[in-house]
Design a protein around this ligand. Sequence first.
Ligand SMILES: [Ca+2]
Ligand SMILES: [Ca+2]
Ligand SMILES: [Ca+2]
Ligand SMILES: [Ca+2]
Length: 374
Amino acid sequence: MNSRRTIWVFVCVFSATGVTSGVKADFTFGEPVNLRTVIPAINPVHESISCLSSDGLEIYFMSDRPGGHGGFDLWVLKRDSIEDDWGLPENLGPNVNSSKTESGGSISSDGLTFYFWSNAPGGYGGADLYTTTRATRSDPWSEAVNLGPTVNGSAEDMGPVISHDGLELYFISWRSNGYGLADTYVTRRATTNDPWGEPENLGSAVNSPYQDLVFSISPDGLLLLLCDNVPELGTPPRPGGYGGNDMWMTRRASLSDPWQVPVNLGPKVNTATHELCPLISPDGSTLYFSTAQSGDYATWENWQVPILPIVDFNADGEVDVDDLRLLIENWGTDNTLYDIGPFAWGDGVVDIEDLKVFVTHWEKAIPAQSQDEQ
Ligand SMILES: [Ca+2]
Ligand SMILES: [Ca+2]
Ligand SMILES: [Ca+2]
Ligand SMILES: [Ca+2]
């Protein structure tokens, strides 16, 4: 293989899988890898990842494996460093889990507050959102507390997702006066010491007559991942997908801008089967998700896939000085095509963050070239 061919192969990974449904996209995905091969401790049958701690040392997941408190419980895998193997699954214990369903965990960026939902008795009707805290990362979780009647209503309230700054809590609710079926809501607070405010429906741009199920927010708070159903609910997916349930994203230009109309994550990750539970890793580099052939959990599989910036700006099959020139020419603008950092989906301006990402990928191509020339 000559060097040009090597670079071409490299670039194909980035350019052939673009998220093209609906709007211009500025990132793509690599090849999905079955999580069985990466984290074998997680059994995909009845188990899917809820969240990762920001230090990458804890993975929380829901499971009805033996040894729990009944129904689905929340469990965690821990490791001492990013290089270490994951330890054995640990149940979060009776302060969090009950004989009913506990699921949908989301951990604060400092790792000391955990949000989840449960349909255990004692709430405000249907499932409710709960929180638990710990003094340090090595302490046990405290007795869970219902988030209270400002946030929880008589309908099903599920799937809390805490923002990195701790000031927004997104969740799914079937409460009345929405846009049909479940909608995504947000409750906000001025500081992490303030109480949560009255929940707001994300509005008609994001929510629809279909299931609008939030699952994850990016570390910069500019990208929200949703899915349009879970198979056991059996309702039709949002139109415009690839069959069965699909995963979608909505973006906003800044933390104070409104969320935009959701865009399908594209055929690299969405297929004719059901895709659900989309989760962005805390470093923004990986998408975790689940697939299901049907509402039967026995058909579930879990996956991870790299989230990749598109660095071949002129789409000529090479990441080279021509692309660098284009980046420089667009310096200081908001041209999304060149906005590839600090995360693959950019931050609204073409600047040094984008150059850093570009150089990283350019450097990846060069060793492949020099190896070939030896
Ligand atoms: Ca339980
Ligand atoms: Ca409720
Ligand atoms: Ca809806
Ligand atoms: Ca699908």
